[in-house]
Design a binder for this molecule. Structure first.
Ligand SMILES: CC(C)(COP(=O)(O)OP(=O)(O)OC[C@H]1O[C@@H](n2cnc3c(N)ncnc32)[C@H](O)[C@@H]1OP(=O)(O)O)[C@@H](O)C(=O)NCCC(=O)NCCS
Length: 258
């Protein structure tokens, strides 16, 4: 797939972005970009698995117009792994049918674009490739990923691409001795959607009560408008926290970031 992007002030030419699988010759630059863009270090086994396609699917972005013999050098990548739905941490977020043991998910491991090529839609195109791939697997239910809670560009991107923020995982990442929360984002494929979990039902119930109360209030207001001027009620949206035995999690309703 080729995509000619708009001019970026950080690069002196008009890029011609091309997407292809990651291959063994990408090893060195793949490692280097991971070092440059992520706060955590990945083991060399991970990179070996990526470039050799061992249990990992990947897409690379290169700029065919890049001068100085760099027209096939990575400028962006996404890596992902197929996981069995039954073994995943998001079974409760699927309408999981235990009679269908073969259901799968695609988990995005890493995604990055080198600084000079950002905001050209490259990461969006890479994620789109992952979604297309997941959708082509009939037994695949969803694409999911974790993102550190302060990574606003990535959070903005996933929201823009219609991923749903399903959870906040407290202290999920440990970086240089410090814990950071993560958000869990899910994109359902092949007509799947999240189940009506107790939390979803509770939220629905609360919304109904609120709506019911509002319509009663509206009727009362209509009747009494001539006599009394009602003060406007400021609506608040709240997150409903759930304590989990394994890990403290917060369901992310409508994704209000804190
Ligand atoms: C996150 C990342 C992959 C995005 O790559 P990209 O190619 O620039 O993404 P795209 O061009 O497809 O989309 C970028 C969107 O983010 C927005 N954005 C960029 N910087 C932003 C910021 N600081 N805050 C909020 N949104 C931001 C852009 O405006 C654009 O949205 P728009 O289309 O609505 O304008 C890239 O910034 C990156 O490599 N970051 C470091 C590694 C990383 O964080 N990976 C994700 C780990 S989960």
């Amino acid at each position: 797939m080729i995509q000619t992007s708009m001019v970026n002030p950080k690069i002196s030419h008009r890029p011609t972005i091309f997407y292809r699988p990651i291959q063994p010759s990408d090893l060195e630059i793949l490692e280097q970009i991971h070092i440059d863009v992520f706060p955590i270090r990945y083991e060399s086994e991970f990179f070996q698995n990526v470039v050799n396609g061992r249990d990992i699917v990947s897409w690379a972005a290169v700029d065919r117009s890049r001068p100085n013999g760099r027209s096939d050098e990575l400028i962006g990548f996404v890596t992902a792994r197929i996981v069995m739905a039954k073994d995943s941490e998001i079974t409760d977020l699927l309408r999981y049918d235990s009679s269908k043991e073969d259901q799968t998910l695609v988990y995005i491991l890493t995604l990055g674009v080198v600084d000079a090529y950002r905001n050209l839609g490259i990461a969006s195109a890479l994620i789109h490739e992952v979604i297309k791939y997941a959708s082509s697997i009939p037994v695949c239910r969803a694409v999911y990923l974790h993102v550190i809670s302060y990574n606003n560009p990535a959070i903005h991107l996933y929201k823009k691409m219609s991923f749903k923020c399903m959870r906040r995982l407290l202290g999920f990442y440990l970086i240089n001795g410090q814990h950071y929360d993560s958000y869990l984002f899910v994109y359902y494929v092949n007509g799947n959607r999240s189940p009506c979990s107790p939390i979803v039902l509770l939220t629905f119930f609360v919304t109904c009560i609120k709506t019911g109360l509002k319509s009663v209030a509206a009727k009362l207001r209509k009747n009494e408008e001539k006599m009394v001027k009602w003060p406007k009620c400021k609506e608040t949206r709240g997150l409903i926290p759930i304590q989990n035995k394994r890990m403290i999690k917060t369901e992310c309703s409508g994704c209000e970031y804190v």
